[in-house]
Design a protein around this ligand. Structure first.
Ligand code: DP6
Length: 385
């Protein structure tokens, strides 16, 4: 008999970045990393897995298009799931699968789509094959950062010390309700340049960057401790400083790579400048930025500051067309801007359209199984609907 299951999984944004592997095949990192899981209400990957004795081979469709199953990372995830299922159930888990997956946010926006995608794939496969226990060591083999999307709240991926990767797993450090008024703004920046993938960028950094060694040995261990303390005591000022410093440290390593991996662009740097000017005006850090391997900014801030910050973003980085499509996600109240705009905008507003749109979201929970026949992405024959 065929069985079918559909799940969704969240995006995560690292505040202590993962950059550099000690094992390429098992995907074992050089340093611990720490991230915030974002609410699935605004952004998620969705995956349907169907297992049937009628299927003759494993097949996968991503965002509507059939892809080859020859991808070693995909093969590794499915093999590990089957291995676990066989040892647990003692039954034959070799039945073929059909997998269909999509994101509800643009993949091209470069928004950690592989993390949500692999987390969702492994979680859904786990449910379909009845695998229990830690799945982070399997999701890690799809994409390193994916292991942090298997839990909500704030999540730490331990680098581990074992060669087989058995202790390189992710754990929740704080529940999603721990800091309930934490909010996130994702500023999607216009960019047509084709970027260097994280996988190859970090490979080159490991080979060529001296700064990466310093970061791994002397910076990240202490900063991770301080980050956990800042989260524990909910000290936003310190949390923000550590987040911004770690983002810059990671991009400094990228520039120290030979040839340099350039991910931030002029718009990204203007956002950095805006955040520092705003924080200075406020007398303490009210906003933190972090950038992954692309030009988009992710800002952390508290709920009470959202209206003013969004109002200022619209003034400083005017949208091409003002309207519903610019601000997406959670609703934002209108604010009366009381800031001295000359201090924030020494040379006037930027040209319109530098920021394409903004997603307003918050810290959220881990993956979930969906109910009901309508939620599936595959029909009764196991083909995309
Ligand atoms: C900059 O997890 O995409 O987003 O393990 O090679 O698939 P692979 O890389 P990936 O790298 C993410 C890097 C980062 C920082 C982070 O998320 O920690």
């Amino acid at each position: 008999m065929a069985s079918i299951v559909t799940c969704i999984a969240p995006v995560n944004i690292a505040v202590i970045k993962y950059w550099g592997k000690r094992d390429e095949k098992l995907i074992l990192p050089l340093n611990d990393s720490l991230s915030a899981t974002l609410s699935t209400e605004q952004m998620h990957a969705k995956t349907t897995v169907m297992i049937s004795p009628n299927f003759t081979k494993d097949r996968i469709w991503l965002n509507g298009k059939e892809e080859s199953f020859e991808n070693p990372r995909l093969v590794a995830c499915l093999r590990e799931i089957r291995k676990r299922a066989t040892s647990k159930n003692g039954k034959n888990c070799e039945l073929k699968v059909h997998i269909c997956s999509e994101n509800n946010f643009p993949t091209a926006a470069g928004l950690a789509s592989s993390a949500a995608g692999y987390a969702c794939l492994v979680y859904t496969l786990g449910k379909a094959f009845g695998v229990e226990g830690d799945l982070t060591s399997i999701a890690r083999q799809g994409s390193g950062s994916a292991c942090r999307s298997l839990m909500g709240g704030f999540v730490r991926w331990m680098k581990g010390t074992q060669n087989d990767g058995s202790d390189s797993i992710a754990e929740q450090v704080f529940h999603e309700n721990h800091w309930a008024d934490m909010r996130v703004l994702i500023l999607v920046v216009s960019d047509s340049r084709k970027k260097v993938s994280s996988t190859s960028g970090m490979q080159l950094s490991v080979k060529t960057s001296d700064l990466l060694k310093h970061r791994v040995q002397n910076v990240v261990p202490q900063r991770t401790k301080e980050m956990i303390q800042a989260l524990e005591s909910k000290c936003f000022h310190t949390f923000a400083e550590l987040t911004m410093r770690d983002s810059s440290s990671f991009h400094a390593v990228c520039l120290d790579t030979y040839p340099p991996a350039v991910y931030m662009n002029d718009v990204s740097h203007s956002i950095v400048d805006f955040v520092h000017r705003y924080n200075k005006l406020k007398g303490s850090n009210k906003v933190a930025y972090t950038f992954d391997a692309g030009p988009n900014a992710c800002l952390f801030l508290l709920e009470e500051d959202v209206p003013e910050v969004v109002g200022l973003i619209k003034a400083v980085f005017p949208p091409h067309v003002e309207g519903k499509t610019f601000m997406r996600g959670l609703p934002v109240e209108n604010a009366v801007i009381q800031q001295d705009m000359d201090l924030l905008l020494p040379s006037g507003p930027h040209e319109a359209g530098m920021i394409k749109y903004v997603i307003h979201t918050k810290v959220g929970s881990g993956p979930k199984t969906l109910d009901g026949k309508n939620c599936h992405l595959l029909n009764d024959e196991g083909l995309p609907k």
